[in-house]
Design a protein around this ligand. Structure first.
Ligand SMILES: C[S@@+](CC[C@H](N)C(=O)[O-])C[C@H]1O[C@@H](n2cnc3c(N)ncnc32)[C@H](O)[C@@H]1O
Length: 339
């Protein structure tokens, strides 16, 4: 599904072009569309536009009048998408905004997207980012140790690696990478940087993988350290926690066909998935008081209904076509329609 070829249907073919080509292959595209049920006249928010594959199909399936607000923290991603989906922008059906999805409420209000019918988050980073050594996400190719999704962030991975204490580094690698060798890796980082700053991805990969034989078929020994630093540099978990209540508020009561408005979230590691699962579960629950209390004092009301009781995962065929989809989990919830 290279770059979600715009020929999936005639509406997208009319309004996408090859300028701003993306390497990124959208994950669980059909499933996302099935759950979000885009339709004409609807308002949709894609909080992680990336290569624009999901956005393009939300627009195509909501033709002729559905509108999408596309947000990304990476200006280069937005430049690419604005070239590729220029036709939709001209037709006033796509509005692209550079920003962080943790400010979704404000960005949506500013863009006039109030009472939306569907919201998508496809978390993490795109192949365009991963495959560009200059962005510093990949341990397999050498580049500056950057990892900032948003280039305006003050602290890069190199800053973190060269200034955090050994204990802080061990905590980051343990908490965000779930790496059992976190202490040893942190110790090695601190030893190496005492002679010269660690500034390249290849240097960090060597340090993180030291002493661990790489067996083909298993994950590279530097994978978890790189994941941990990326999460820390971009404050990924905090931002996800911040956006979830905003999403619930932004969803309208019903879509234009009287169906509940929905949110779909694709995550790529258990830390993100747990946050989404627990948030959905809590918002699908009424009273949250401890069971020993005879009457409810919290006043909490269920606002969401969980649509996917278990996470949806990519098919074997999709993983064969796009191995990067293998760890994806899709969870969907919908706004409870109040009587
Ligand atoms: C997996 S890609 C999305 C791919 C997209 N769904 C597609 O079909 O091409 C994730 C994108 O989300 C962006 N991103 C990650 N965290 C973000 C955040 N907190 N706010 C806004 N964008 C974010 C990344 O810059 C990246 O472009």
């Amino acid at each position: 599904m290279e770059s979600q070829d715009s020929t999936r249907n005639s509406n997208s073919a009319d309004q996408t072009n090859e300028i701003g080509h993306t390497q990124h292959v959208s994950v669980m595209l059909d499933e996302v569309l099935e759950f979000l049920r885009p339709r004409a006249g609807g308002l949709y928010i894609d909080g992680t536009v990336g290569g624009g594959g999901h956005t393009a199909q939300l627009l195509a399936q909501s033709a002729p009048s559905g509108r999408v607000l596309g947000i990304d923290t990476d200006e280069r991603a937005l430049e690419r998408v604005s070239g590729r989906l220029a036709g939709f922008i001209t037709a006033d059906r796509l509005k692209l905004v550079h920003g962080n999805f943790d400010e979704m409420r404000q960005l949506a209000v500013q863009a006039g997207f109030i009472g939306v019918q569907g919201i998508l988050l496809d978390l993490g980073f795109s192949s365009d980012q991963m495959d560009d050594p200059q962005r510093g996400f990949a341990f397999s190719s050498d580049g500056p140790l950057d990892m900032r999704l948003d280039q305006s962030l003050a602290v890069s991975a190199a800053d973190l690696v060269n200034t955090a204490s050994e204990q802080e580094l061990a905590d980051i690698i343990w908490r965000y990478g779930e790496e059992s060798r976190s202490r040893a890796i942190a110790r090695r980082i601190v030893r190496e940087r005492s002679t010269r700053a660690i500034t390249r991805t290849s240097e960090l990969a060597k340090i993180a993988a030291a002493g661990v034989p790489y067996t083909p078929g298993s994950i590279h020994p530097a994978t978890k350290t790189f994941q941990a630093l990326r999460i820390a540099v971009n404050h990924e978990l905090e931002r996800l926690e911040t956006v979830l209540p905003q999403i619930t508020e932004l969803l309208s009561q019903t879509d234009l066909a009287g169906q509940a408005a929905r949110v779909a979230i694709i995550s790529f590691h258990s830390l993100e998935d747990r946050i989404v699962k627990e948030y959905f579960r809590r918002e699908a629950t009424g009273c949250l008081c401890p069971p020993r209390l005879p009457v409810c004092v919290c006043g909490h009301k269920a606002r969401l209904r969980v649509v996917t009781s278990r996470p949806v995962t990519p098919t074997v065929q999709e993983i064969e076509r796009n191995p990067r989809a293998r760890s994806a989990k899709l969870r969907v919830a919908e706004k409870i329609i109040e009587a």
